[in-house]
Design a protein around this ligand. Structure first.
Ligand code: 6MZ
Length: 347
């Protein structure tokens, strides 16, 4: 990983709401996976975008395909989820919503149901191990897989929401933003919403999605991933911004991911600034901490140094993220108490 964040940021209690499981796999875990599967001939540098490097979004999606080759059994998923949770906890994350696209693999006998069960098992183990982190799960729809798979995924998520002791809280829509169209996924998303699953949708991650965003904002989603091209200064529109403001939909913002994936030209031009100035709920997140070689402490430090935030402002930012979590109010209350207990006397 790049240079470690300062101690203030590492000790800052944090909420992580936008973390794709297979994008969050650390170097250490990748090494373990590679040694389990030497026949794949995968080199470590094929799974990570290092310091100062940039990739097209296309290339980023190629990286996920490589990681998926390395993570194709129940044992792999259990190890990956266990390690990722432990790493977030070690980085001071007190509440984590992990998201992942359930996959099946005929050659290893993996099914989508087993996939979700295995992630849940890792979450339960982290509780039993006494880690100081509350973890929830969002089942992800990969947009490239179309209507039928989306409906099937919603049904699975629905089932798990009812039988996972509150661990499955919602649904994520992600995947390559230039593939497929949201209108085909609308019935599935509507169904998810009607049955009580919370919705976090990747919206306007690239510039060409105005029409789709307009449509999906009418659901409305409970949170937005990225929303890079929503506002008029980057080719979005006031109409879209107004919809977001009217429904007070929080944004999950991932600075390093957007820079390395080249959807934002530089940190100073990140849309964090636009929404922060509007005092709109914006949550700093990592997206894919493994692939983009970052952690949440670093992301907070980057936001602070780029936009001149005081330590007190950073504290408030991390605290306000609690309002945006998908777990119920009693969990929010517990987290708020934790923040009170941990607040430094002076900044
Ligand atoms: C859209 C992304 C993403 O689900 O196998 N994913 N989708 N935009 C992004 N910005 C860079 N980063 C990750 O984790 C990997 C999957 O998450 C989605 C993609 O569908 C990717 O295949 P899981 O755990």
């Amino acid at each position: 990983m790049e240079k470690e964040a300062d101690v203030f940021y590492r000790e800052l209690p944090k909420v992580e709401l936008h973390a794709h499981l297979n994008g969050s796999v650390s170097s250490q875990t990748i090494e373990k996976l590679i040694s389990r599967k030497p026949h794949l001939d995968i080199e470590h540098d094929m799974t990570v975008i290092g310091k100062g490097q940039r990739r097209t979004l296309d290339e980023c999606f190629q990286v996920f395909k490589i990681i998926h080759q390395l993570v194709d059994t129940e044992e792999d998923i259990l190890m990956v989820a266990t390690d990722v949770i432990r790493e977030f906890a070690a980085d001071g994350v007190k509440y984590l919503e992990l998201r992942s696209t359930p996959r099946e693999d005929k050659s290893t006998g993996l099914t989508k149901k087993r996939y979700i069960e295995t992630v849940i098992k890792a979450i339960q183990q982290s509780k039993n191990d006494g880690l100081d982190i509350d973890v929830r799960f969002l089942v992800a729809i990969d947009r490239r897989n179309g209507t039928e798979v989306a409906v099937e995924t919603v049904k699975l998520a629905e089932e798990f929401m009812l039988h996972s002791d509150g661990l499955v809280v919602g649904l994520d829509l992600s995947g390559d933003p230039r593939v497929g169209h949201g209108k085909d996924l609308l019935p599935a998303l509507q169904r998810a919403k009607n049955c009580g699953l919370k919705l976090s949708l990747h919206l306007s991650e690239v510039a060409s999605q105005l029409e789709e965003t307009d449509l999906l904002l009418d659901l409305p989603p409970d949170r937005i991933g990225h929303g890079t091209f929503l506002h008029p200064q980057v080719g979005g529109s006031q109409r879209l911004v107004d919809k977001v403001l009217k429904n007070n939909i929080p944004l999950e913002l991932c600075l390093t991911s957007n820079i390395k994936g080249q959807t934002v030209p530089c940190y100073a031009e990140h849309h964090f600034k636009y929404w922060y100035l509007l005092q709109h709920p914006s949550v700093i997140c990592t997206d894919d901490k493994g692939v983009f070689s970052t952690d949440l402490s670093q992301e907070y430090q980057l936001a602070a140094s780029t936009f001149g935030l005081s330590r007190e402002a950073v504290w408030t930012l991390s605290q306000q993220a609690i309002d945006c979590i998908f777990a119920p109010d009693d969990v929010k209350q517990q987290l708020r108490q934790k923040w009170i207990d941990l607040k430094p006397q002076v900044f």
